[in-house]
Design a binder for this molecule. Sequence first.
Ligand code: GLN
Length: 196
Amino acid sequence: MMVTIGVLAVQGDFEEHMAMLETLGVEVKDVRLPRDLHGIDGIILPGGESTAMTTIMLRRGMWDALKKAFEEGLPAYGTCAGSILLAKDIGAGSDRVKPFGMIDMVIERNAYGRQIASREVFLEEHELGEDEPLHAVFIRAPRIVKVGPAVKVLATYDGDPVLVREGNFLASTFHPELTDDYRVHEYFVKMVKGEV
Ligand code: GLN
């Protein structure tokens, strides 16, 4: 089954996601305007700045169009800033971030430190098959502090959930697109195909 995956391309590291998906052999489409949502089977919300993404999406009518698409079942995977956008609750967060509320979790922005606080780790605790640890890069990452009962935790770091799924929605607080570990993207493609 051939699928087309869109990557929200308004701000952030969308090009890395597009390259990764292309390597996996799926059709990839950059999504900048509401009309770009036609013909995609899933979408990735990249890392970057959730404040800037919110502002640009609201200005372009993208926020409402995406919210409607999510409610109609469009699968989505959010990394880092994208994971903040998928959350139901961003705590004190920022009033310049308007999350879509698709995953029942509380997530705190920039909870691991300041701008320079980035870290590359290998996650031992994950459920993506094979025993190999999952390669993860955290950059000013948010922290998932609470998940609801319908949320499946697929990977943890230091006891915190860092890869979670609720129904059609997948979120990681880290950036697999900055590594050569394709397993999270592969998992999302399978999700879009209805295989997992
Ligand atoms: N700190 C950013 C935010 O709050 C997320 C950082 C990232 O996506 N690498 O939106």
